[in-house]
Design a protein around this ligand. Structure first.
Ligand code: NAD
Length: 467
């Protein structure tokens, strides 16, 4: 169906229906073609952008309440991130959703082939608590751009953000096709019993398995954006101060609760002492002598995570940090050295402000260390050597790779963002989001007037004579 074929009805901004009626209501809207016209998709994306602009400071307050995030960080990594994603999507929407002509083998000629991206239907987006605005709304941008009806499930562990978005979304987006469901495990379990046309889940691998099992009952495809231990290789061939500054920023932003944060550093015994000193200096430069009093430094989401992280501090030697305060769930930006590869801090995803340094004799040993473990979401390397870069690319597997700066690979919308193996399946961002939330339908169109297919139909006697 094209824009011209479907008239755009005015959106209803009424209260959402009861949860039991939710799926049939959204499916009914999808089946009536409400979400298909480009004009509807565009209008929803513009409304979402307006929501983020009109209520930016409310969302900043909610992020400060849930995670102690500073306003600047909230704009950079959450609210502004989604606004930029919407801008980029709107400027490419027509091209990304237009049918694409493809070449057809000469034996089929005359014929035309094209790929038509069609929306999947009603999709579920489940988000975690660590970037509760970005990780709920960036997938929503892709789902709307592709023309789907959407159920949003924010994380109950970021309650202020969940409540704020649950209030605002129905005021800005078309409630015939977009709904937000709040709740914890029981509500999510109930939701997962429904048949969706796609489930987009971001969070831990443990819950990812639950989501995948629930989806399998309906043969629903899934995108799983998971986590893991993303290593950073530092070989001492580039300025250690610059390396440490970028590593410390990437590790300690959002108090280390970032899925693509460098989980641990791999380096050589020769390069380690200078790197330790530089990392301690970098923490001081970024957060001052007492990060506890620095408004730019965040807090741990809840007591459970705080206790888990506190227990990880028992391993190795503290290079900097190590201070904690359970009342405010503060854990100082911490660098650990002399850590055993078998210790807890090296066997589970850290997901907090603790950076262990592991020494290995060589690049080959570093590669062996990485490949002996689950495939990470990201691999980082700080090296001046092109040979080292090529070797790392060829001999390791990870969701993505970034040389010279961690985290920023996910700010380039032309790069797909996702994991591989234990770090996830599927990808999104930019055009990859539209792909994820679309079915690419193959269309072959062969005219009737030239019967070039006679040779493939019985009787084959003429053909066998020629063979
Ligand atoms: P979480 O506990 O908030 O869970 C994520 C979602 O799953 C929530 O919506 C929650 O309600 C739901 N959920 C939780 N338990 C459930 C259950 N038993 N049954 C059904 N649904 C359930 O978040 P989390 O899992 O603690 O998130 C942290 C993890 O997410 C880390 O491993 C991190 O690396 C990963 N992560 C990945 C990305 C990425 O883009 N790849 C981004 C952020 C976080």
């Amino acid at each position: 169906m094209t824009d011209a074929e479907v008239s755009v009805e005015p959106a209803e901004y009424a209260d959402p229906a009861e949860p039991a009626q939710l799926l049939p209501r959204l499916r009914g809207s999808f089946d009536r073609g409400v979400t298909r016209p480009l004009a509807w998709r565009r209008r929803e994306l513009e409304s979402l952008r307006r929501l983020l602009r009109d209520h930016g400071s409310e969302l900043e307050d909610a992020l400060a309440s849930d995670l102690g995030k500073s306003r600047v960080e909230s704009q950079l990594t959450e609210i502004g991130f989604v606004v930029r994603d919407i801008d980029h999507t709107l400027s490419h929407l027509r091209r990304w959703t237009s049918p694409r002509r493809v070449p057809i083998p000469i034996v089929l000629a005359p014929a035309f082939g094209r790929i038509v991206r069609e929306p999947l239907g009603v999709v579920l987006v489940m988000a975690p608590w660590n970037y509760p605005v970005q990780l709920l709304l960036a997938p929503l941008v892709g789902a709307l751009a592709a023309g789907n009806a959407v159920v949003l499930k924010p994380s109950e562990l970021a309650p202020a953000v969940a409540a704020t978005l649950a209030r605002l979304i129905p005021l800005y987006l078309d409630t015939r096709a977009v709904a937000i469901v709040q709740g914890g495990v029981p509500e999510t379990t109930e939701l997962l019993e429904e048949r969706f046309d796609h489930i987009f889940y971001t969070g831990s691998g443990a819950v990812g398995r639950i989501v995948m099992a629930a989806a399998a009952k309906h043969l629903t495809p899934v995108t799983l954006e998971l986590g893991g231990k993303s290593p950073a290789w530092v070989d001492g061939t580039i300025d250690v101060t610059a390396v440490a500054t970028r590593l410390a920023w990437a590790k300690f932003i959002n108090a280390g609760q970032t899925c693509v944060a460098p989980d641990y550093v791999l380096t050589t015994p020769e390069a380690a002492p200078a790197l330790e000193r530089a990392l301690a200096d970098a923490v001081g430069t970024l957060y001052g002598p007492d990060p506890r009093n620095n408004p730019d430094y965040g807090r741990i989401i809840n007591d459970k995570q705080f206790s888990r992280l506190n227990a990880l501090l028992g391993d190795g030697r503290v290079v900097t940090g190590g201070v904690t305060d359970s009342h405010t769930r503060y854990i100082a930006p911490t660098v650990l050295a002399d850590v055993s590869p078998d210790s807890a801090v090296m066997t589970e995803e850290i997901f907090g402000p603790i950076l262990p340094i592991i020494t290995v004799p060589s690049l080959d040993a570093a590669i062996a260390f990485i490949t002996a473990r689950d495939k990470p979401l990201a691999l980082y390397a700080f090296t001046a050597s092109s040979r080292t870069k090529r070797k790392l690319l060829a001999e390791t597997s990870s969701g993505g790779v970034s040389f010279g700066t961690p985290l920023l690979q996910l700010s380039a919308p032309a790069l797909p963002f996702g994991g591989v193996g234990a770090s996830g399946t599927g990808a999104y961002h930019g055009e990859y989001s539209v792909r994820t939330f679309s079915h690419e339908k193959s269309v072959l169109d062969k005219p009737m007037f030239l019967d070039t297919l006679r040779v493939i139909r019985p009787p084959f006697s003429t053909l066998t004579r020629r063979l």
